[in-house]
Design a binder for this molecule. Structure first.
Ligand code: NIG
Ligand code: FE
Length: 393
């Protein structure tokens, strides 16, 4: 047990507390509020003075493809000269390129690559990472990726939420045959070994059709896994609405979503996750985050870290872009990268500093807790705590 003091400014993120104290017991928040009102029993606990700094909940990056090998620098350069992402994908490059490199890499190699990336995220205050499979495609390689995710979780210090991703049909496979293997072999095995909490489907041109996705989601739900979608990214398919109707955790991307899609997400409490990196790199119009938020949708923002559409390593930058281009207020952006992102993972105990929630927090290297949203290209973080334990800084 410990009481953190010397906090000038704290966001829960739903409310702001000035001159705050934060009491932590067994990795969870026991009490948070104005230091002057710290209840008697906590005053006798050991104190740790944070030195007059701001505190925000640990960031939650709710959409990453952290595990991959190889490089897509060449494709990045081609796309900068006007080549199309969908055409490269359909010609056997893009995701298929990363699949070849990821299949060729050993579990140890993938672990080392992903762990180094997770460290980069840790330094910016990301305490929870969702990590998807999807570059293995063949059953053994998908399982290899999810075992790497499990090792990341065991190694810590961040929390890792693993997701099985139905990304594309692998080269050389008959669609129906692959779908059969995915739903009757891979999903049951992943559920049996507890290797993922959810199943995500990329529903789009060059990937899965909505009808195929429905079969995958049904199999996932039948095995007790949650569902989510890469939806309405390059083309509108109706995936956002369908995954919402199925009680899905989140629909992500959504550049081509319509007002009916926003209404369906709001009605079913499915989180809409914006991924500014992919939006901008694929030269798509930036979603109007302001009106989506005002329509009652729970909005999250994530990096979509991946080697192709979003080689993105800093969630604060994604939040800044959503403020600048999507019209969110700073406090809303913070919520989108913490509590709302945690909701997109089905982990409401994360991404917030309230009694009972996980004591994951970031000490900002400034008195104002929102300072990292203000500085572009530099993230002023002094220390990072997971479960009340200092893990960085
Ligand atoms: O979230 N949209 C599909 N999947 C990834 C891109 C993966 C890649 O290009 O390697 C995404 O953007
Ligand atoms: Fe993605």
């Amino acid at each position: 047990m410990r009481v953190f003091t010397g906090i000038t400014d704290l966001y829960t993120p739903f409310t702001r507390v000035e001159r705050a104290a934060l009491a932590v017991r067994e990795g969870r928040v026991a009490w948070v509020g104005p230091a002057a009102q710290l209840p008697e029993p906590y005053r006798a606990w050991p104190h740790e003075d944070l030195g007059g700094r701001g505190v925000v909940p640990g960031l939650v990056d709710s959409h990453t493809h952290l595990i991959w090998a190889g490089s897509r620098l060449e494709e990045y350069a081609l796309r900068a000269r006007g080549a199309s992402y969908a055409e490269i994908l359909e010609a056997g490059g893009g995701i298929h390129h990363t699949t070849r490199a990821t299949q060729a890499a050993s579990e140890d190699e993938l672990f080392a690559l992903a762990q180094a990336r997770a460290r980069t995220f840790l330094r910016t205050g990301v305490t929870t990472l969702e990590v998807k499979s999807g570059y293995g495609l063949e059953v053994t390689h998908e399982l290899k990726m999810l075992r790497v995710a499990r090792r990341l979780a065991e190694a810590g210090p961040q929390r890792v939420v693993p997701t099985l991703l139905a990304h594309v049909i692998p080269a050389g496979w008959d669609r129906a045959a692959y779908l059969e293997v995915f739903t009757t072999e891979l999903i049951p095995e992943v559920a049996r070994e507890g290797l993922a909490e959810a199943v995500d489907v990329f529903v789009d041109r060059g990937a899965y059709t909505l009808a195929e996705a429905e079969r995958i989601w049904e199999a996932a739900l039948a095995h007790g896994l949650k569902v989510k979608a890469h939806a309405e990214q390059l083309t509108r398919t109706g995936a956002a609405r369908r995954v919402a109707e199925l009680g899905g955790l989140s629909a992500d991307h959504l550049e081509a979503a319509t007002p009916e899609d926003w209404a369906a997400l709001a009605a079913h409490g499915t989180v809409a996750t914006l991924l500014p990196g992919a939006t901008l790199l694929l030269k798509q119009p930036f979603p109007d985050a302001r009106s989506i938020w005002d329509a009652g949708v729970t909005l999250a923002v994530a990096t979509d870290h991946n080697p192709g559409s979003s080689p993105f390593y800093n969630l604060w930058l994604a939040l800044q872009l959503t403020i600048a281009l999507g019209g969110l207020a700073l406090e809303e952006a913070l919520q989108a990268g913490t509590a709302n992102a945690a909701q997109a993972l089905g982990h409401p105990e994360l991404g917030r500093l309230e009694p009972g929630s996980a004591a994951d927090f970031v000490v900002v290297e400034a008195p104002a807790a929102l300072e990292p949203l203000y500085r572009w290209g530099e993230t002023p973080i002094r220390a990072v705590y997971v479960g009340g334990r200092r893990v960085w800084g």
